[in-house]
Design a protein around this ligand. Sequence first.
Ligand SMILES: NC(=O)c1ccc[n+]([C@@H]2O[C@H](COP(=O)([O-])OP(=O)(O)OC[C@H]3O[C@@H](n4cnc5c(N)ncnc54)[C@H](OP(=O)(O)O)[C@@H]3O)[C@@H](O)[C@H]2O)c1
Length: 303
Amino acid sequence: MTGAAIAARPTTADDAPAALQALWQQTARPSAGARGDHMPPELEARYGGRMIVPLATDRPTVIANFVSTIDGVVALGPGEPTGGGPISGFYEPDRFVMGLLRSLADVVLIGAGTLRGSTAHRWTPAHVHPGSAGSFARWRAQMGLADQPTTIVVTARGDLPLDHPGLNDPDIPIVVATTPEGARRLGAARVSTNLRVETAGRGEELTGDEIVALTARLGARLVLCEGGPHLIGQLAAPDLIDELFLTVAPQVVGRAGDRLGLVEGVALPATSRWEELLSVHRSTDHLFLRYRRSRRPVQRRPQ
Ligand SMILES: NC(=O)c1ccc[n+]([C@@H]2O[C@H](COP(=O)([O-])OP(=O)(O)OC[C@H]3O[C@@H](n4cnc5c(N)ncnc54)[C@H](OP(=O)(O)O)[C@@H]3O)[C@@H](O)[C@H]2O)c1
């Protein structure tokens, strides 16, 4: 398959920077602790509602944010453009929602494949949506959060592009979570002073539990995983993803070649695990879905 560049989604008169439209929202359940108080009114108006994430008490809460085509592709194949931009059509409201979620997080968690695929990115709220930078910063300050979420990069091999701008901004704390082998490799090569290498686990790769335990040791209460699909697989298999924010972009691209779906590298049992829909927002033809892992037994009988 040849890799044609995907153009930004055509803009119409209805497009950004209009507010997202809240189509449906589940009534919030009371929760012991939550993140999202003091949301600046301009952010609330733009999102079409408040963004409150309940926090677990026994471990950090893990939320994930992805953009997918209608037919479930989140990453194009080798030789094609990388990153979520070609999937969303570089859609500004999607970047706004990414910024909102980063604003809530103590940690933005990514796999090394995502780092390698986004050569100029920084995993901060302001970088993904500069127009809201002031509001994001004010919200974090009101919530008593650090100026920037810590970026955690997960790698088994430790073969990272250490000159990546996302690893070298003095304002962004960076942790590389890796294996003993990866730490050995990185030990000799480390350059950035704000980059810490943390060994988590003893195996050839980190389990989801080891990754979440590391975020707990770092003091995180809310972890935002931005993928990619292989890292998500390691978190989904042991059932560690509490909520999924999924943007559905209005394009169909097909799956021949090595294009990736939302979860790769694991096959989870079908029909036994379900998600509960929490809200649906819309911006033109894009849908913004929010799911929570359902804890209640779900009865689904074949018709
Ligand atoms: N549409 C979206 O919303 C979205 C979101 C994120 C990413 N993406 C796209 O997805 C593509 C990358 O996909 P991917 O699945 O390869 O990304 P990934 O999960 O970020 O990267 C895979 C790599 O991360 C490391 N890794 C992941 N889980 C690990 C674990 N449990 N223990 C140790 N290391 C682990 C390994 O790095 P080492 O090889 O260094 O050992 C592995 O090769 C890119 O094109 C990216 O732009 C799309």
